[in-house]
Design a protein around this ligand. Sequence first.
Ligand code: BG6
Length: 512
Amino acid sequence: MADTQRHPFLQGLSKHRGAPPTVVVIFGASGDLTARKLIPAVYNLGHDNLLPAEFHLVGYGRKAIPDAEFRTLAAAAIREFSRRELDAAVWDRIAANTTYVAGGYDERAAFDRLAAHIAAIEKKTGREVQVLFYISTPPSVFAPILDNLGASGLAAKHLGRPHHAKVIIEKPFGRDLDSARQLNATISAVFEEHQVYRIDHYLGKETVQDLLVQRFANAIFEPLWNRNYIDSVQITVAEEVGVGSRGGYYEQSGCLRDMIQNHTMQLVALTAMEPPVSLDAEAIRDEKVKLLRAIQPLATGPGGDVARAQYAAGLSAGKAVKGYLEEEGIAADSGTETYVALRLSINNWRWQGVPFYLRSGKRMARRVSEIAVNFKRPPGTLFADGDRFNLAGNTLSFQIQPDEGLSLILNAKIPGLETRTQPVKMSFRYATTFGSNTPEAYERLLLDAMIGDGTLFIRGDEAETSWKLCTPILEAWAADGREGMDSYPAGSWGPANADALLAKRHHVWRQP
Ligand code: BG6
């Protein structure tokens, strides 16, 4: 397809973004993520001609599944979950090179079989291919998989050469600081850091990447981006869904581990970090780590910086829904939080004194993720008369999802013969400017890993720094049991204890 006929998101892409011949091996091939995200991502990359000419997909899992059945399952996953309809011509090309290897994750001999399978593919292609291992299993088997990739020699395949092996590791990356350190140690015993791609799918979202562009490609923001002009920042990652059928997983996780430690902290880092010296992966990740290190430890006691809650029964999208404690697989006296709000202080030159408020929860009023930057008010001498002048603070909000875009609240004169004001909103919407059907996060991330660009992945020290902040909160909660756990009706904007976090500074949560 000629470049000019391509979707704006794809224009000019091919020149810089060619991946070498690749075998993608998915561990956990019959899992939920594989069906919902990974297979559709491969398919859509194929549809956009972004897969290398020599591309092979190998599913690996405990269940014995014949190749043909794996292909049928994959096609069904595309039909159900892909952003595009299945186009038989595109899928047939991928399916012709799609195979399956059955084996245990701690079964050393099975990894030798996998190595032989990959060697046979390589032999058939007649050239060196890179292998990209995608670990999309429950975390309990991360370590055996990594060990076996090491022992079988697969991790070191073509190491020192351009097409060396790589590994993508799905979340959760540990469940506290100790386990994250342990996982990093297991990884680094087998892989070199440049081979490792720790995923946080929020970094693959278009709007999250756009944060860097908005901040650093526009001269108007940088001079204002500091404690002199910014009053506070609110980051919301709200979901309308409850825990659904994932109760078993969620009970062991909770909102802090599931959403805050990774996705929300990444949004904080990108919003607040210093300009990197270049767009290189290391330059950007260095700045993110520096920022995360500047966040002060959070006070967990009453009146502190942290609020947690569980959703109670309520109305979601007009339907009566159960409370968390009544959901399937949840203990009646569960101490797992479905909502977290934090007040962060960033102790550096740029941000000292500017509170960063974070909140995330399930079963909230609606699905919305946004970053709202609230500016200070101008001196009140001219427009102080509250009867005539309805003034709002200027807020720049990055709408991460849905309805992706950017908006700025300004104050404007109401047309008429006297001077009255009202806040107005200036907006940019992705869908209006660029059209819809943008690539999914997993497409971008899979392509980046194939190409060897780690910018949108988490470095080991980054994961640990974020855990360093979150672990003391988890420890305090574990010691407190249910003490301090608030609740909020499903379909609401969250609990009262989260409002109290803001009240200290006379702030209130935005209604996104
Ligand atoms: C995942 C969490 O990482 O992110 C889920 O495990 C959550 O609990 C999901 O629902 C949200 O992702 P998105 O892209 O829908 O905002």
